[in-house]
Ligand binder design. Structure first.
Ligand code: KG4
Ligand code: ZN
Length: 334
């Protein structure tokens, strides 16, 4: 494999991020500009506001990433960009910036799937070895993905309704916590006991799929009934009980899938990989089963361009360049 220095761009949701990654693993810069403050008062990401922020930020963030990496445009081999899935208006800003740069600098442009990016965040931490299984948990995704080699993704399980992060954020909202509620729920959960026995959606015995909307409704009903019955649950107890149900299902299904698929390498990916309880439970279960587990540091778990650069490097090495039809695709499949 020849040397590769990739400039990567990620604008699929509410972070504008640009990174320079060398040889798929060495992060020379990884600038992330978050818009959370602008979306907070709406209780969620507003697509139109997200696009506008990306437009305002993108050229500055590119410049900052290039400066921090201390590389010239001559040293860049290709431009990688998230082409989907995500908010289409937000994706378009990154894709068009990438295409414009690729044209101006005469470099190939590479379209990267956002989830492939989340998975490859692990490659920055510890080189991927195959076969492996990744549990992807984010605001928009909950998936179990089997890989037998670089660039090959088999989705063996996914959510049938809400994504984990989405369920966290919705329950948090019901508890009156500000957006994004996931991290706050995690903190509360650590301070309370799981005294309420919320349901676990196991689905069919042989299914690796997930479902979290029933659990979400159960939490909301419990809160509603508690008021009428005079039950006194603290937010800490609700959060701990909700989290216990989520983690129980995620970890049990992941371990079963790992066993069935005969893998001994496990990865955790996506924004919810920042969850303390989940990290701990998956670490313990992996140790018990003798599996090697990799979990990225927090900065590489949430949306960032370094992960897109890492995944993009392998596409570069295998010559999978995009042409000028490259476009933002809201529902792009892996
Ligand atoms: O991967 P990400 O940054 O964006 C998406 O692609 O969705 O994930 C964001 C999601 C949000 O739903 C947020 O609430 C959740 O990850 N999240 C957490 C924690 N940190 C972030 N959920 C539970 N516990 C956390 N510590
Ligand atoms: Zn993401």
């Amino acid at each position: 494999q020849n040397l590769a220095t990739i400039l990567a761009i990620e604008t699929s949701c509410d972070e504008t991020s640009v990174s320079v990654v060398k040889n798929g693993r060495e992060v020379l810069s990884n600038i992330v500009s978050s818009q959370i403050e602008s979306h907070k008062r709406f209780g969620g990401v507003v697509p139109e506001i997200a696009s506008r922020h990306h437009v305002e930020q993108i050229t500055f963030i590119i410049e900052e990433a290039m400066n921090e990496a201390n590389v010239t445009k001559e040293e860049i081999d290709a431009i990688a960009v998230t082409e989907g899935p995500g908010l289409v208006g937000a994706l378009l800003v990154g894709v068009n910036a990438a295409k414009a740069l690729a044209f101006a600098w005469d470099k190939p442009v590479i379209g990267v799937h956002h989830i492939a990016g989340h998975i490859y965040a692990n490659h920055i931490v510890d080189e991927l070895t195959f076969p492996l299984l990744t549990l992807v948990v984010s605001g928009g995704h909950t998936e179990l993905i089997y890989m037998k080699e670089h660039g090959s993704f088999e989705v063996i399980g996914e959510t049938r309704d809400d994504a984990v992060g989405e369920a966290y954020d919705k329950v948090a909202r019901t508890l009156g916590l500000p957006y994004p509620g996931g991290p706050r729920m995690d903190l509360l959960a650590q301070q309370g006991d799981p005294v309420i026995d919320f349901p676990r959606a196991w689905l069919e015995a042989d299914s690796y799929d997930f479902s979290f909307s029933g659990l979400k409704s159960s939490v909301i009903n419990t809160l509603h009934n508690a008021k009428q019955r005079g039950d006194e649950w603290t937010n800490e107890e609700i959060a701990a009980s909700f989290q216990a149900s989520v983690i129980d299902v995620l970890v049990t299904k992941t371990m079963k899938a790992a066993k069935d698929k005969g893998v001994n390498r496990l990865l955790l990916a996506g924004g919810v990989a920042a969850n303390k309880g989940l990290r701990q439970a998956l670490t313990e279960a992996s140790e018990k089963e003798g599996l090697k587990l990799t979990i990225p540091p927090l900065k590489l778990c949430t949306d960032n361009a370094a992960m897109i650069g890492a995944a993009g490097t392998f596409l570069y090495w295998s010559g999978k360049y995009a042409d000028d039809r490259l476009n933002g695709q809201a529902g792009l499949m892996l």
